[in-house]
Design a protein around this ligand. Structure first.
Ligand code: SF4
Ligand code: SF4
Length: 174
């Protein structure tokens, strides 16, 4: 009798796990559809912030399509947006000046200006950072999943070239 009860419970657990996975997949597919067809995005974001604080510690500032490399210029920018006044220079490398946000509690990895943080902080990380040459660090809790596979995108481009919608030589995937 007990064996029978355990077997039924295991079966139930398996079914519930299967249902849970189905719902997760459905949710992801719906997110992909919405992002691609409605928002015109190429990636969906998955995961959550694990409060490592890295994105608040290693910051580059881009202004007028260029990364800021000059402290004097940055000081002028401070008047343009309150967020810039949160930042302090911690270094410089081949990309540009590296900033850290003074509102980060480094020990706890939390933002001490949470309710006053800038829009860019509220929305981080967004797909647009790739277009600006940025990337998400390896330890970030978020990841970006391409909505369409590389093959699918390539086939689409080939079809457009073949149908004459695009005039250049088309790419053939072998
Ligand atoms: S790098 Fe990612 S995980 Fe770390 S604080 Fe920023 S958003 Fe959160
Ligand atoms: S304001 Fe807060 S969320 Fe934005 S960079 Fe500073 S610590 Fe991070």
């Amino acid at each position: 009798m007990l064996e029978c009860y355990v077997a039924i419970n295991l079966k139930k657990k398996k079914m519930l796990n299967k249902l849970k996975n189905l719902l997760i997949n459905f949710h992801l597919e719906f997110k992909k559809f919405f992002a691609l067809r409605i928002l015109g995005k190429k990636y969906v974001r998955k995961g959550k912030c694990n409060a490592c604080g890295r994105c608040c510690r290693e910051i580059y500032v881009r202004h007028s399509k260029a990364i800021i490399k000059d402290e004097e210029l940055f000081n002028k920018l401070k008047k343009l947006h309150f967020f810039y006044s949160y930042l302090k220079v911690t270094g410089k490398n081949e990309t540009g000046l590296v900033f850290e946000c003074t509102k980060l509690d480094k020990e706890k990895g939390i933002c001490t200006a949470y309710s006053r943080r800038a829009v860019i902080c509220r929305q981080y990380p967004q797909e647009e950072i790739f277009m600006m040459g940025g990337f998400v660090s390896d330890d970030c809790g978020f990841e970006f999943i391409p909505i369409e596979s590389f093959d699918k995108v390539l086939n689409k481009i080939n079809k457009q070239y073949q149908s004459g919608k695009k005039t250049k030589d088309f790419i053939i995937m072998r």
